[in-house]
Ligand binder design. Structure first.
Ligand SMILES: Cc1ncc(COP(=O)(O)O)c(C=O)c1O
Length: 391
């Protein structure tokens, strides 16, 4: 959004306007793809004045060009209350860098048990070697239950709401208020909802992470991550970003910016299509549970109703009979759904899944299928599910 534009624009309007400063776009409607390693200066004095680097001031390729600053500014403006955003080469890198920003050796990290798998591996493999102990908490934990796990060594609380694969929704404002009272930083992986359906900073989070690979890009053609913070953590995030030599290509930043402009309409369509498919599944005798935040049977549904502005297109369902082998058999029969990881693109995908959990093994051994519902006509997706069930 240009400086002279009112800050009270509604989120969908902000998505269209944000980051398109005249000084970055010139006469073009979109910010151009500005690729470079080197910025040239008119004088040594000019070169010296470019330090310390900051967004909007060219210094060196790794510190970004208008293509990066534009996307970072748009993502910041998308999160009311945020101080700034840094871009990372993937969502997984964004998670890792956000954790490294707040943690130090000797800390304990309270990590949601339904975290995205590679987030879990980063804690167990990398943070463990750096002297950080990870304690997994049940995704259904109340703020009081999480408070009971806090010690004077607790360095951060990591949330993911809804959780990966099993979609438990957390009391994010309650947990963050409890953490803030104790001076403990909170981080959330907000990839599922995006700030459009859940403005995380407004809900009390200190650092919010997006795998822009998913809905922000929206077309399955870019890998990118972002971390947006409050004022308190912004300088520390920038320091981590620089120290670890993070950078993304201008081409990828451009693709994510292009995706952002249509996020509003795409998310609405993902929501409607996913709800149509989930409601149909709910009526099928083969299906036991729908793990979708908008369904009452999904743990934390009440928090989704209270705090979220919508539901995106990713959810799981549990078959009444069988286990992982039966889930795989069903997925193998799909003709329209692709079989593949990732989500948030225009195309529908399916995977059979067996979530790894430390605190709650209720779903262990069950036949669980995760669906990413894309932008196809939901009637065709339902027909594909029907033929797979009856084959
Ligand atoms: C919830 C969640 N967070 C983070 C990531 C990581 O994103 P990326 O694949 O861009 O590294 C994923 C990827 O599937 C994810 O599902």
């Amino acid at each position: 959004m240009n400086d002279d534009q009112p800050s009270d624009l509604r989120p969908a309007t902000r998505l269209v306007q944000a980051g398109r400063r005249k000084e970055w776009t010139g006469d073009l409607i979109n910010v151009p793809v500005a690729r470079t390693s080197t910025i040239l200066f008119d004088s040594v004095a000019g070169m010296n004045a470019s330090y310390p680097p900051k967004d909007g001031r060219g210094s060196y390729g790794r510190n970004g060009t208008q293509t990066h600053w534009s996307l970072a500014e748009a993502l910041t403006q998308f999160e009311p209350g945020a101080a700034g955003t840094k871009l990372f080469p993937s969502g997984a890198a964004a998670v890792a860098m956000a954790l490294l920003t707040v943690l130090k050796s000797g800390d304990e990290l309270l990590m949601i048990d339904s975290a995205y798998g590679p987030t879990r591996s980063f804690c167990d493999d990398v943070l463990a070697k750096q002297g950080v102990t990870t304690i997994y908490y049940d995704p259904r934990s109340s703020p009081e239950e999480i408070a009971a796990l806090c010690t004077d060594r607790t360095g951060a609380i990591f949330l993911e709401s809804p959780g990966s694969l099993t979609f438990e929704v957390q009391d994010v404002p309650g947990i963050c208020a409890m953490a803030r009272d104790r001076g403990i930083p909170t981080l959330v992986d907000n990839t599922w909802a995006t700030p459009l359906f859940f403005p995380a900073i407004e809900n009390g989070v200190d650092l919010t992470i997006l795998a822009c690979t998913k809905y922000i890009g929206g077309h399955s053609d870019v890998m990118l991550g972002s971390v947006t913070t409050t004022e308190r953590f912004h300088d520390a995030l920038v320091q981590t970003y620089r120290s670890y030599g993070q950078h993304v290509s201008a081409d990828d930043a451009f693709l994510a910016s292009r995706g952002l402009r249509t996020l509003g309409v795409r998310l609405q369509a993902h929501q409607e299509n996913a709800l149509a498919v989930a409601r149909w599944l709910k009526g099928q005798p083969q299906v036991d549970l729908i793990l979708h935040p908008a369904f009452e049977e999904c743990p934390g549904h009440e928090y989704w109703k209270r705090d979220f502005k919508g539901a995106s297109g990713l959810f799981s369902f549990v078959l009444r009979a069988g286990g992982p082998k039966e889930a795989a058999t069903i997925v193998d029969r799909f003709k329209l759904f692709g079989i593949g990881f990732s989500w948030g693109g225009y195309e529908s995908l399916a995977i059979p899944t067996s979530p790894h959990r430390s605190t709650n093994r209720e779903l262990k051994g069950r036949a669980i299928i995760r669906l990413q519902i894309g932008l196809e006509d939901p009637a065709d997706l339902i027909a594909d599910l029907e033929q797979a069930f009856t084959a």
